[in-house]
Design a protein around this ligand. Structure first.
Ligand code: CMP
Length: 141
């Protein structure tokens, strides 16, 4: 089925001038960008976005990193977009990410892992609404 997923290019990847390179990989994989914005997350936004992780030992470091500079957030659309996006990103831990994946090429560490992607249809809907509360175009072509 055609799905939509929420994608974030994290501060370390934005800092290394890799927005275009990363978006190109999504497009080359057959994903379409149907919404996009750039913002510098506040501590409140980062805490709310990653609320499911708030008891994890890495939470403080994650919020610190995610608020360290601007990010881009985009909605990607395509057949099986949620799984396809995760495949193109590679494993969360860059040490385990397959060669040629975004994390293998642009991550600096487990925390500074370059990109985020929704992990399920439910999460995708909630994460898209979090960053695009005004809604996203139904038809984009
Ligand atoms: P992301 O897919 O954005 O979801 C949670 C983030 O927490 C993850 O990518 C990493 O940036 C960060 N993180 C740091 N340490 C860990 C860990 N041990 N396990 C999972 N995620 C971690």
């Amino acid at each position: 089925a055609v799905e939509r997923t929420l994608s974030i290019i994290k501060p370390n990847a934005v800092a290394k001038n890799a927005i275009g390179a990363i978006l190109s990989r999504f497009e080359q994989a057959g994903l379409r960008i149907v919404a996009a914005r750039m913002l510098h997350l506040s501590r409140e936004q980062a805490t709310a976005f990653y609320a499911v992780h708030r008891e994890r030992p890495f939470f403080a470091e994650l919020v610190e990193f995610m608020t360290s500079g601007p990010v881009t957030v985009q909605v990607l659309e395509g057949e099986g977009a949620i799984a396809l996006h995760r495949e193109v990103m590679g494993a969360t831990d860059p040490a385990k990410a397959a060669p040629g994946t975004i994390r293998a090429d642009f991550a600096d560490s487990l925390t500074e892992n370059a990109v985020h992607g929704s992990d399920s249809a439910e999460t995708a809907a909630a994460e898209i609404a979090f960053f695009f509360p005004e809604g996203v175009c139904e038809r984009t072509r």
